[in-house]
Write a protein of this length. Structure first.
Length: 115
């Protein structure tokens, strides 16, 4: 059973930065794609950024130029560096890992951007 554990969330002021981590229980290169999603209260869960098995990255328009997804294969960990944070970035952020059969979710980590 694959387990994904997110960490790094918290409270930050507008304009600040946070780095989220997603530690997987297995080899992340076995997944076709890994990504970060977010869900604000009363809203749907949206894709924020993803990184494919071959390393290709993809970003939602609302985070382009501010967020960066990366991975450390040796640590089986995917990161989301979030800079220039805005109040509208406030949400629970979830890590997702997908192979050809199914996807897996972490428990989520809360990010709150407020002064």
């Amino acid at each position: 059973q694959v387990q994904l554990v997110e960490s790094g969330g918290g409270l930050v002021q507008p304009g600040g930065s946070l780095r989220l981590s997603c530690a997987a229980s297995g080899n992340i290169l076995l997944f076709r794609v890994m990504g970060w999603y977010r869900q604000a209260p009363g809203k749907q869960r949206d894709l924020v950024a993803s990184i494919a098995q071959i390393g290709t990255t993809n970003y939602a328009d609302f985070v382009k130029g501010r967020f960066t997804i990366s991975r450390d294969n040796a640590k089986n960990t995917v990161y989301l560096q979030m800079d220039s944070l805005r109040p509208e970035d406030t949400a629970v952020y979830y890590c997702n890992a997908a192979n050809t059969i199914r996807g897996y979710w972490g428990q989520g980590t809360q990010v709150t951007v407020s002064s």
